[in-house]
Design a protein around this ligand. Structure first.
Ligand SMILES: Nc1ncnc2c1ncn2[C@@H]1O[C@H](COP(=O)(O)OP(=O)(O)OP(=O)(O)O)[C@@H](O)[C@H]1O
Length: 299
């Protein structure tokens, strides 16, 4: 075998997903913080991990980036085990970790030019600066950037090498609303070019806007995976019917709102039911229910 050839991929790892995880486990001081996660991220999709603080999202993502060791289970990322993958594999992934706040004495442009040398075909610095909205700050020292500007720079560094798979850990934390929208446009552009993206976020609107599928992690377990509009399955079918009766607000949570409406209309022969509304649970309602149910389940 020549130096440019790579070892054949073991048959068990041959598949079309960018990320495949089975029974992933991580413990700290005997406490399971990742507790048997199975996860597939398809090539070319944007996948968002949601979950409360401490749920195990960063730990999972960092295991997949190859920067933390797992204690159990199997993981394949771009066809390789991240615990053993080397430099060539690392060149194919991009990482935007949780913000460290670390800075350097270089300017923004100098920083991007410096790291460009580590990539075979980097995105030109001018293009990157425009994409993340830092063109006006190109000459500022990194130490003088605001928190949100620094986050933009970290995102720029993550996408600079045109990765096949991009990990983004809470990428928009600290960004103002304009920067967040700019970031969303950036991710949409990456998706159009076929980049696979695995991101974590606490912003449900971000997950709904960007993600093809979302996974909810609670207490180290993946409790549901679905497109944002379908998350929660049966929970989605419950509607809340609200109306006013004798001046007092009334409400019913039901899987059959049509039946409730029929009864209400029958009780109001004139046809008007005061204050009548019917609402279905949104992503936030479903997310909160999923997390609450998972936390009640002692397993
Ligand atoms: N190096 C470590 N040593 C001990 N415990 C750790 C370590 N790193 C993480 N943990 C614990 O593992 C659990 C999961 O942490 P993790 O950072 O993966 O959660 P998260 O879902 O990313 O949370 P957040 O939304 O707050 O970023 C937490 O209880 C955390 O305290």
């Amino acid at each position: 075998m020549t130096a440019t050839q790579t070892a054949p991929v073991p048959p068990a790892l041959v598949h079309d997903e960018a990320v495949r995880v089975r029974g992933l486990a991580k413990r700290y001081s005997g406490r399971a913080v990742v507790d048997g996660i199975d996860l597939d991220v398809r090539r070319g999709e944007v996948f968002a991990l949601l979950g409360p603080n401490g749920a195990g999202k960063t730990t999972t993502v960092e295991i997949l980036e190859g920067v933390r060791r797992r204690d159990g289970g199997e993981a394949s990322v771009l066809g390789a085990d991240p615990a053993q993958a080397g430099r060539a594999w690392r060149d194919r992934i991009g990482v935007v970790g949780q913000s460290t706040g670390a800075g350097n004495a270089l300017t923004v442009r100098e920083t991007l030019d410096h790291f460009a040398r580590y990539h075979a075909t980097p995105v030109p610095t001018g293009e990157l600066l425009a994409d993340v909205g830092l063109a006006d700050a190109a000459r500022q020292r990194v130490t003088a950037l605001s928190g949100g500007q620094r986050r933009r720079l970290e995102v720029a560094l993550g996408v600079q090498g045109r990765p096949e798979l991009l990990f983004l850990d809470e990428p928009t934390t600290g960004m103002d609303p304009v920067a967040r929208r700019q970031f969303w446009t950036l991710v949409e552009g990456l998706r159009e070019r076929g980049t696979t993206v695995l991101l974590t976020t606490h912003y449900l609107d971000e997950a709904a806007h960007l993600a093809d599928r979302v996974g909810v992690v609670s207490a180290g377990r993946l409790v549901d995976v679905a497109p944002p509009a379908e998350l929660g399955g049966a929970l989605r079918s419950e509607a809340t019917v609200r109306w006013t009766e004798d001046g007092a607000p009334r409400s019913v949570v039901t899987a059959e709102p049509a039946a409730v409406l029929r009864d209400l209309l029958a009780a109001h022969p004139a046809g008007e039911v005061p204050g009548l509304t019917v609402t279905r649970p949104g992503l936030e309602d479903v997310y909160l229910r999923l997390v609450a149910v998972a936390q009640e389940d002692p397993r």
